[in-house]
Design a protein around this ligand. Structure first.
Ligand code: LER
Ligand code: MN
Length: 264
């Protein structure tokens, strides 16, 4: 298991400074926001070449919403997702993080024919089939992200997302396990990880208060143990706030805390 961080959390002004700062603080991966990434691939490739910190994943950054009522919005999202998958493949990343819909349904309830959620799930399955082909061609994966009840109504547990992976049956449709959302929605984080084991291809880390791991009350040790037990070897990427006035010190202390929690 490799520690990573979203780019925005890294200390420094340039990408090179951020990569160097992350390496010094004990991290091995960097996760990028998808927006504007196409114009940065050369810079990223150059800066990451032979660097101890490697590109880990792309976090969303596509326009539109794949489950919007408006076909133009859906098509815009899907086209962007396919383009970002190409970039994720070119940069040798675990995949592109996709939240199918934030907030409430955007499509109408057509019950008794079909509820909004039934329509969303059917639509998502169709889209995942297309994305699986795009991801396979690019040599990467779609990373479906379950959130929590305050941020989405659709995918809220690892099992919700794993169910889609099972139905699609492609190694290019995977899930990301976000410790913050899991701490709200899962009855047991280790059990959820073990049950969704074969689909987990990326991890987000934040403590219970969505600050750096070590600053809240989430039990990272049992979560890390579960990841170890399922043989997870991918990235675990920080997606959280850093309240420390010395950003670098905050990242270093949190990395030390996480490494301690990974010990048997
Ligand atoms: C949103 O809460 C989140 O966890 C992000 O990773 C979604 O892109
Ligand atoms: Mn997340």
């Amino acid at each position: 298991m490799k520690l990573a961080s979203q780019e925005g959390l890294a200390a420094g002004n340039t990408l090179q400074e951020k990569l160097d700062a992350l390496a010094e603080a004990g991290y091995e991966g960097i996760e990028f926001w998808g927006g504007g990434l196409a114009e940065r691939t050369d810079e990223i490739r150059r800066a990451c070449k032979d660097h101890p910190v490697q590109p880990a994943a792309i976090c969303a950054g596509f326009q539109g919403c794949p489950l919007d009522a408006d076909k133009r919005e859906r098509d815009k999202a899907s086209a962007d997702i396919c383009r970002l998958l190409e970039l994720a493949g070119e940069l040798n990343m675990a995949g592109l993080i996709v939240v199918p819909v934030f907030g409430s349904p955007r499509i109408p309830d057509l019950s008794p024919l079909a509820s909004a959620v039934q329509l969303e799930m059917d639509l998502l399955l169709k889209l995942c089939e297309d994305w699986a082909h795009a991801a396979e061609k690019a040599g990467t994966a779609v990373l479906l992200e379950p959130l929590n009840r305050y941020e989405t109504h659709l995918l809220k547990t690892l099992q919700d997302a794993a169910g889609i992976c099972e139905k699609i049956g492609s190694p290019h449709i995977k899930i990301i396990a976000d410790f913050f959302h899991m701490s709200i929605e899962e009855a047991s984080m280790p059990h959820a990880i073990e049950k969704a084991a074969k689909h987990i291809a990326h991890v987000h880390l934040a403590d219970s208060n969505r600050l750096l791991p070590g600053l809240g009350h989430t039990d990272f040790k049992s979560g890390f143990n579960a990841l170890k037990n399922i043989g997870y070897t991918g990235y675990m990427s920080l997606e959280c706030g850093n309240p420390n006035t010395d950003k670098m010190q905050g990242l270093k202390t949190s990395a030390q805390f996480m490494k301690q929690q990974m010990m048997p």
